[in-house]
Design a protein around this ligand. Structure first.
Ligand SMILES: Nc1ncnc2c1ncn2[C@@H]1O[C@H](COP(=O)(O)OP(=O)(O)OP(=O)(O)O)[C@@H](O)[C@H]1O
Ligand SMILES: [Mg+2]
Length: 481
């Protein structure tokens, strides 16, 4: 599993300003997302799952503050990059799908337009860059023209006032002032025009160079892949052929995406996400799609940017069980085929049993247990994880053992000690005084509970949960036989 680290989140701390005070929504969350893995983040409502993921996407609500921490993606701290650059990343590298597909779709825009929109916008990379390079000169010139126009209007009004006799010395002064300002603008305009010509020329040179470099870069990559292609056979060969196609396609998009290209690509992607008859579907509106099909469209839109990280925030909660498992399967397939790194957010451990490589359990704005799916399902060590496991419906009896007693703390007043202490029947005196650090259980597994302190009394997972897990293990091994 452990590929390169794709995303590194360190000590992320977020609060919200509200009329009642600061809501401490996320309190020092750290994790790595490895290339090609699915990391599930599980926890009750309000534990900070969405806030964490929205911050990674750069779409934190206006009253949110990043108090501390880093989000490192490709060597850059996403909490610090400027808005323009962030757009590039959000548009192209990190994609997100939300719980309710209807709210991410525009109800009165045809599906085809919604799927192609982003591609057309993002695809004009060079064109946008070219315009950006002389943007300032152009806006300066426009401003001067506007000033000239309004000064002329003012001057005319002043002259009229003088002529019609309701003039005074003031009118004369105004006329003088207007004339002086107008003279200044008249001098500034040719200079601004000249600057625009110069900037445009320089922009053209810079863009030509950028285009040449990109072509060279891609040609080199293609020839590397071609060399690998020559030495391979079977499935690997096909993968290299696909990679070359993709590189060439991306190169085209670097320059410009036409509406037609975007539509062709939209049809391909809609087909990839399992939408039957995509050509006909392009001309329909969201309400003509079922819930499951709408979620597929939302996934298709996220994929048009070819992201390499996909954040799914409860993508199946609004769907019924059969459709839910189809969407999960789709996300799994896409992850494999496109080598995506996925963050999958849910409040239901059962949903991620078959798809997560690793699981992080969140409680009151903190990650309280983090490990491989096996660690968390078969050797959970945090009492909150025990509680989550026992509140999962049983595969055989379909019964939930117990709901977790009590409610999570109010994050306007986070507890001084372990936030779970109040609901934890194993809580010790220290739990009410001090927050536990992350204790390491193994190379892959850690948890924040004082029970892991060497001096703590040895507490075993409750027998009922142990039995349940044993049954689950038996079931899975029977399935895999
Ligand atoms: N804009 C906001 N202003 C104030 N508080 C907020 C805001 N957004 C989120 N919060 C608070 O931050 C905390 C974490 O919320 P978050 O949405 O991340 O929870 P969640 O784990 O995604 O829950 P759910 O399962 O219900 O989606 C909650 O206490 C929530 O009320
Ligand atoms: Mg949420």
């Amino acid at each position: 599993m452990a590929g390169n680290i794709k995303l590194h989140v360190e000590d992320l701390t977020i609060s919200f300003k509200t009329t009642q005070g600061l809501v401490r929504a996320v309190r020092g969350v750290s994790f790595d997302l490895h290339e090609g893995e699915t990391l599930a983040i599980v926890g009750e409502s309000g534990s900070g799952k969405s806030v964490t993921s929205r911050t990674i996407m750069g779409i934190l609500a206006g009253n949110g503050i990043i108090d501390d921490g880093k989000i490192i993606y490709e060597g850059e701290d996403l909490t610090k990059v400027d808005e323009d650059h962030f757009h590039e990343i959000r548009g192209n590298k990190i994609g997100m799908i939300f719980q309710d597909p209807m709210s991410s779709l525009n109800p009165i825009m045809k599906i085809g337009k919604q799927v192609t929109e982003g591609m057309i916008l993002n695809g004009k990379h060079l064109e946008n860059r070219y315009k950006a390079l002389f943007h300032e000169a152009k806006t300066t010139l426009n401003r001067l023209h506007r000033e000239k126009k309004s000064l002329k209007v003012e001057l005319r009004a002043n002259l009229k006032a003088i002529k019609t006799g309701d003039s005074s010395a003031d009118g004369m002064v105004l006329k003088e002032e207007c004339n002086a300002a107008l003279a200044k603008v008249k001098i500034a305009i040719p200079a601004a025009k000249k600057r625009l010509v110069v900037d445009k020329k320089a922009a053209k040179v810079a863009i030509d160079l950028e285009w040449k470099n990109e072509q060279e870069r891609v040609t080199k990559l293609v020839s590397d892949v071609k060399a690998k292609l020559a030495d391979s056979d079977g499935e690997a060969k096909q993968a290299y052929v696909d990679e070359i196609d993709m590189l060439q396609e991306n190169l085209k998009r670097f320059k410009k995406v036409t509406k037609r290209q975007a539509t062709e690509r939209a049809i391909e992607i809609m087909d990839e996400v399992g939408i039957p008859d995509p050509v006909r579907r392009l001309n329909q509106y969201p309400f003509q799609f079922s819930g499951g099909m709408r979620q597929r469209i939302v996934i298709a839109i996220a994929l048009t940017a070819s992201p390499d990280v996909l954040i799914c925030d409860e993508p199946t909660t609004a769907l019924d069980v059969t459709i839910q498992s189809q969407i999960l399967e789709l996300i799994n397939d896409l992850k494999r085929e496109r080598n995506l790194s996925v963050i999958f957010i849910t409040h239901d451990l059962g949903v991620v049993a078959n798809m997560a490589d690793r699981i992080g359990v969140m409680y009151a704005g903190k990650l309280v247990e983090l490990g491989t799916a096996e660690d968390v399902f078969y050797n959970p060590v945090h009492p909150y994880t025990w509680a989550l496991l026992s509140s999962m419906p049983d595969l055989e009896s379909k019964e939930r053992l117990t709901a977790i007693p009590g409610t999570p703390p109010n994050m306007l007043f986070p507890p001084v000690g372990d936030a779970f202490a109040d609901r934890n029947s194993y809580a010790m005196a220290i739990d009410f005084k001090e927050q536990p650090p992350m204790f390491k259980v193994s190379e892959t597994h850690s948890a924040a509970t004082w029970l892991l302190h060497p001096d703590a009394p040895k507490v075993e997972m409750p027998e009922v949960i142990r039995k349940r897990i044993d049954r689950m293990t038996k079931n899975t091994s029977e399935v895999s036989k």
